[in-house]
Design a protein around this ligand. Structure first.
Ligand code: SF4
Length: 379
């Protein structure tokens, strides 16, 4: 029988085989299985280990999935760790230092997490739209085409990808034009879908679906295949025509969970009001329900923007019947409060001025005739 330290090593290298061996009560080195285990041990000792850090975002991270495929195809040991929401970056006691560490952040607000990664793993390769680094997968020797590895996101059953890259516009706050360049086609729906027995659910990460030359073919594929589709990055309502609005109405557009009918767009600049509402009206004319439309409002980017400007965009969208969803460019107390104000539908019954006076929390607003907690506190 092997001693305890051997057992511990084996547990790490090949837990299933160890359990089999110990359960059989065989002495170490006397069973053919141990020859096999010894080979596994020596192989394991030379396998580089790779740690992938998923720093933000609910969706699986496509770049990390490509990196996982690249390393597993070489025989490396790959482990993905989701960070944030209380999950620490620090390794657990006794955890060996990985040979390679990659981290990906989508959102700028993940900067503190990126700094923590840099402190903990100074050689880590960090990328994603949430970083300042103009780093590409090709730049670190990893293919951006071909197989992606879903195995680290075992709860995820949809299929993920891009039918196009790039964007026709160049909004000042956005990294897409710099990172992706001019609009071009990427993959067909058939290429993105994992195939049976996976559900016909597609998350598209396209930033400008209708900017690509062959968008009609992609719509035909979605329709013919009966796919549910989540346009995860939204569609540009300012460019919608009757034809493209009818195309959206003709597919099974869904929210990220594939449960509710949702189509997302954005209103980043008050000056776009006329074009935006022409696009929204076109959607409705072709059969999209107003309540299906969510409009992301960029807030806090324009230095001249006032609280009244923000509230004006919000109220116009409510009057139209769409759902406003503020996206603070900087996470100030006021802007995060404005996001809560809309997302929790507080704006349907409370004026912004009252909400702001109550410290941006509905709980602080007292029933009529009473002092609010905020006022009692003397603030
Ligand atoms: S339309 Fe969207 S993707 Fe394109 S540049 Fe503007 S914000 Fe970026």
């Amino acid at each position: 029988m092997c001693d305890l330290s051997e057992r511990a090593t084996l547990w790490v290298i090949d837990a299933h085989s160890l359990v089999t061996a110990v359960a059989a009560g065989v002495a170490w080195g006397r069973h053919p299985l141990h020859v096999k285990l010894a080979a596994v041990i020596s192989l394991g000792a030379s396998m580089p280990s790779v740690l992938l850090l998923h720093l933000d975002g609910r969706m699986p991270n496509l770049a990390l999935m490509r990196i996982a495929h690249h390393h597993r195809a070489r025989g490396d040991q790959v482990r993905l760790q989701r960070i944030g929401r209380g999950r620490p970056i620090q390794p657990t006691l006794g955890e060996p230092t990985p040979d390679h560490v990659y981290a990906s952040a989508i959102f700028k607000f993940s900067k503190p997490l990126i700094e923590m990664v840099r402190r903990e793993y100074p050689d880590a390769i960090i990328g994603g739209t949430g970083t300042d680094v103009a780093r590409t997968l090709e730049g670190v020797g990893i293919a951006t085409e071909g197989t992606i590895d879903y195995s680290d996101y075992s709860d995820y059953t949809a299929s993920l990808g891009f039918t196009q890259r790039g964007c026709r516009l160049r909004c000042g706050f956005c990294v897409v034009p710099t990172k992706e360049g001019a609009v071009r086609g990427a993959h067909t729906i058939a290429e993105i879908w994992r195939g049976d027995p996976w559900p016909r659910d597609i998350h598209l990460l396209d930033n400008d679906f209708f900017g690509q030359e062959h968008w009609r073919d992609r719509i035909d594929e979605l329709r013919a295949g009966g796919f549910r589709v989540n346009f995860n990055q939204g569609i540009n309502a300012r460019f919608l025509t009757d034809e493209s609005a009818a195309a959206i109405a003709s597919v099974k557009y869904r929210n990220v969970n594939m449960r509710d009918r949702r189509i997302y767009t954005a209103w980043d600049n008050a000056r776009d009001e006329a074009r935006l509402f022409l696009g929204l009206e076109a959607l409705v004319r072709h059969g999209v329900k107003r309540s299906h439309i969510v409009v992301y409002l960029l807030v806090g980017y324009d230095p001249a923007e006032t609280a009244a400007d923000r509230d004006d965009r919000r109220s116009k969208l409510r009057a139209f019947g769409a759902t406003p969803y503020p996206m603070p460019y900087v996470r100030t107390r006021e802007l995060m409060g404005f996001q809560r104000f809309c997302v929790r539908n507080i704006d349907k019954s409370v004026r912004w001025s009252d909400f702001a006076r109550a410290g941006y929390y509905a709980e602080n607003i007292a029933p009529a005739g009473q002092s609010s907690l905020f006022e009692v506190a003397g603030a």
